[in-house]
Ligand binder design. Structure first.
Ligand code: ARG
Length: 546
């Protein structure tokens, strides 16, 4: 079912020759619920008086089932007030079926979301925190609007660093299976220091890379162990963070090893890849440097791997929309990958590819968040920091909401104290609003009242405003699905919580009686459902008590 605003827009379009009325929330309550300036726009085109056009629209449009009589104001604004009965009906439907308000995208596409994608033998850091939270939110929202979403966790499980790692392990006689991820990372640091300091070791490490590529059994065995140790660490984090990713979504860089030679061959055959100082490169218009698809030593890198991955996603996974979530610094990489893939015909125009870049997480000093020794802050230490001040589900809500509620490309300051507050624009505030609706319902139940009541009375302005806000849930969700800007849903939910709070202060619920009490309980129930559903789309747990 489409949202009220969509239904209204369609009615306008029916009498304006299909022109989008661009309904806006009314700027003041006395103007009704929505305002529309379509008459002004049409008047310009037609050279007529805006008020005349507005009058014509009002005469022709059939909306009396949804609205009070339309009003024309000022130079030709059309003011729209929904009927209380319609708002009540919306709230009642939402109370039992939150999906009711969320229009299903008729063009919902088969979508790949490439996110999280940490690197083997390294702990996840703040950048992966953002990718994981944002990508997970996209997956949830797109699924809710009818898309089939296949997440892809493009972990860094291949590359020359494995030569150093395996060589270091053999030299130390390390039992890899006994390591945890932190232990593996410590080993990584020893290996790269060793590589820099000892030419002999460096040679062995390079030969070890060749052995790995040639499929040497012992080398592959250790490589596998490193992956297992890392995955155990990643999965523990996903579980701790309530992230949807599973082993089914794993498609690390090594997945594409077999496909790389063909990628380069095909690019060569098409004349796209050319030799440049022993390497094979593709020049892309608008970029200062070419993309290197094969290095001088014959190795392939990050770019070629992403080309192979993209081809696989389109050809084998049937992707129609591909979304990559990484920090903004990779924007250029993806722009080039998309450009080359388009020219090679691997990314047809019918398939969209979007890189959603995000800003950095900053420390209290406004500088990129680093540990005292200057290394990247691990994701676990962030979670620990927040959990020092709040219970785990609240700490997690705090972190996720802080991450999602700002424009994605902005940097934000990791301020655990502020994020966990239950007042202000925070995740815990929304959890708290939800818990308050649950408390009202519990109290009603304890009094022996029926919880299965419906909204029938919307006399108080705060009740009306709340019902109107409820009816806009679907719009907010669809907006996130289209624009991939989760902060729109955060803002919607924050405003819903504020409307609920105003209503709660203004309108006694359990102290009122009869139909009014039933109706207010009905509103409460609808708010509870919408908050829980919306929070779930952000990956945040809706707690019943706090
Ligand atoms: N492993 C990379 C990193 O940690 C992110 C990979 C993103 N996905 C991709 N298809 N390149 O920065």
């Amino acid at each position: 079912m489409s949202s009220l605003a969509t239904r209204l827009s369609e009615r306008f379009a029916a009498v304006t020759g299909g022109v989008d009325p661009e309904l806006r929330p009314a700027t003041k309550p006395q103007f009704g619920h929505f305002q529309c300036n379509i008459a002004m726009r049409l008047a310009k085109q037609e050279g007529a008086k805006p008020r005349d056009i507005a009058q014509r629209i009002v005469d022709e449009i059939r909306v009396d089932d949804l609205c009070e009589p339309l009003e024309i104001a000022g130079p030709g604004f059309i003011n729209i007030r929904l009927k209380n009965s319609v708002l009540a009906e919306e709230a009642n439907r939402l109370a039992t079926d939150p999906a009711h308000g969320v229009p299903q995208d008729p063009h919902a596409r088969r979508t790949i979301v490439d996110y999280s994608s940490p690197n083997v033998a390294k702990q996840m850091h703040v950048g992966h925190l953002r990718s994981t939270i944002i990508g997970d939110c996209f997956t949830r929202v797109l699924r809710a609007t009818g898309s089939t979403v296949k997440p892809q966790n493009h972990i860094g499980d291949w590359g020359t660093q494995f030569g150093q790692l395996v060589e270091q392990i053999l030299e130390e006689g390390t039992d890899v299976s006994a390591l945890d991820l932190a232990g593996a990372e410590a080993l990584y640091k020893r290996a790269s220091a060793h590589f820099k300091a000892d030419e002999d070791f460096a040679d062995r490490a390079r030969r070890r890379v060749v052995a790995l590529q040639a499929g040497d059994e012992q080398t592959l065995g250790i490589w596998h162990q490193l992956i297992d140790v890392s995955l155990a660490g990643f999965n523990a984090t996903y579980e701790r963070m309530n992230i949807l990713l599973t082993d089914d979504d794993l498609a690390g860089e090594s997945t594409y090893n077999q496909a790389l030679p063909k990628v380069v061959e095909d690019l060569k055959a098409m004349g796209l890849a050319v030799e440049d100082d022993g390497a094979l490169v593709v020049w892309v218009e608008g970029f200062d440097a070419p993309m290197i698809v094969q290095k001088r030593d014959g190795g392939y890198g990050y770019d070629a791997t992403d080309l192979a991955a993209l081809r696989h996603r389109v050809d084998d996974l049937g992707a129609e929309r591909i979304i990559y979530v990484t920090d903004a610094r990779q924007a250029q990489h993806f722009a080039m990958v998309f450009a080359v893939a388009r020219r090679a015909g691997w990314l047809p125009d019918s398939v969209s590819a979007e890189h959603i870049g995000f800003g950095m997480v900053l420390g209290a000093d406004g500088k990129p968040f680093k540990t005292r020794d200057g290394s990247a802050v691990t994701l676990s230490s962030l979670l620990d920091a927040a959990e020092e001040i709040a219970a785990p589900p609240i700490a997690l809500a705090a972190i996720k909401y802080a991450d999602l509620s700002n424009g994605l490309n902005k940097d934000y300051v990791f301020d655990a104290e502020r994020m966990v507050q239950t007042t202000g624009d925070t995740g815990p505030y929304l959890q708290y609003a939800h818990a308050r609706t649950c408390a009202v319902m519990r109290e009603a139940e304890a009094k022996g009242l029926s919880l299965d009541t419906t909204v029938t009375v919307l006399d108080d302005p705060t009740e009306q405003a709340l019902a109107l806000q409820l009816s806009r849930f679907g719009e907010a969700v669809v907006e996130v699905a289209t624009t991939l800007q989760p902060h729109k849903l955060c803002t919607y939910l924050y405003e819903l919580a504020q409307h609920y709070s105003a209503f709660y202060q203004q309108c006694p619920i359990l102290k009122s009686e009869g139909a009014v009490r039933d109706s207010r309980l009905g509103l409460c129930r609808a708010v509870r459902t919408v908050l829980a559903t919306g929070l779930d789309m952000l990956g945040i747990e809706a707690l019943e008590r706090m």
